[in-house]
Write a protein that binds this ligand. Sequence first.
Ligand SMILES: Cc1cc2nc3c(=O)[nH]c(=O)nc-3n(C[C@H](O)[C@H](O)[C@H](O)COP(=O)(O)O)c2cc1C
Length: 376
Amino acid sequence: MSASLFEPLQLGDIALANRIVMAPMTRSRAGEGGLPTGLHQAYYAQRAGAGLIVAEGTYPSRHGKGYCRTPGIENTAQIYAWRDVTGSVRSRGAAMVLQLMHVGRVATRHNKAPDAQTVAPSAIRARGTIYADGQGLVEMEVPRALAENEVTAVIDEYRQAAVNALAAGFDGVELHCSSGYLPMQFLLLCTNQRTDGYGGSLRARLRFVVETLEAIAGAIGAGRVGLRICPGNPYNDMHDDDPAATYGALLDAVTPLGLAYLHVSRSPDPALDAFALARRHFGGALIVNDGFDGASAARAVASGVGEAVSFARHFIANPDLPQRLRHGAPLAAFDRTLLHTPGARGYTDYPAYEAYEAAAGLAATGQVISQEGLQP
Ligand SMILES: Cc1cc2nc3c(=O)[nH]c(=O)nc-3n(C[C@H](O)[C@H](O)[C@H](O)COP(=O)(O)O)c2cc1C
């Protein structure tokens, strides 16, 4: 019998009440010192109808911060602040993992603590600009290439961040290995021209991701660790001549670790079926992502393309997305001008379906959500 979106699912050590996952979204609402606030608590609690929430990209160490107003998980204050968020979410029945996002070269010093550095596998600048409060759009900076012993230190920062995430009440962590951030910078030749043990052959370029996952899994248990990929993603000035080979080899290498799940996004290359590639090379459960609606998600789970489906943009203006999908209610469109602005507007003020109807005096119309507004 085929599975339904609304059935429970076990991902490693993480139990989901249903197979609807909220994908991670950077929303730039963190307070001073990278602290999540009461707004985060409200925002995620509103969305706790999901089986699993993957919280927004969060820096494991100050060096890994590149965007403005993103949260961290490197110190005690951040651990305590996240506890309020995870407590509210878990008491409402959702599981919650934290996405660990070290941006590497995708950064400007304007968004960093004064003592933080921009580091990457090689000193190659990402072409493009990045937003900083008070500065507007600025060029991304040239990163400093990590020395070999520093690579080990960065891996240890990830390990510590995972330990911190568990202390903060998360069920686990997800390693962000997409969108041109540090782990992906190690994978690809365009950003990794190292001549030591972390560069050169494909096998050597995989090492950073594999060793990071080993370190995290060793600390919190592989059943609490997920990996996020998007084969062929060009975001942040990335280029991969052969994503099928890169990610096939990566997944072959990480499968023996026994991770909780692989979170895989559709490849922008129409010739590459990332979901089929993931099935062939990854031994565990798949959360599939990108562009799903209720009907296509139900088909993906029923036909076994993935064990679960994640939604990002639909969760922005539909805090009660799982209920809407269950009842076939129309989906509201979000305001893209408020995606990354501080404050509650466009963040915690999207109503649930009934409330929306009452406020507007009519049923929400199912609007087509544009592909714009895609960020980290
Ligand atoms: C505002 C915004 C912020 C995002 N931030 C992240 C992030 O922090 N980490 C990440 O892995 N993906 C991030 N993404 C990508 C989404 O998780 C997702 O892969 C993408 O939106 C496609 O899924 P969808 O069609 O359901 O929206 C972001 C997307 C949006 C729209």
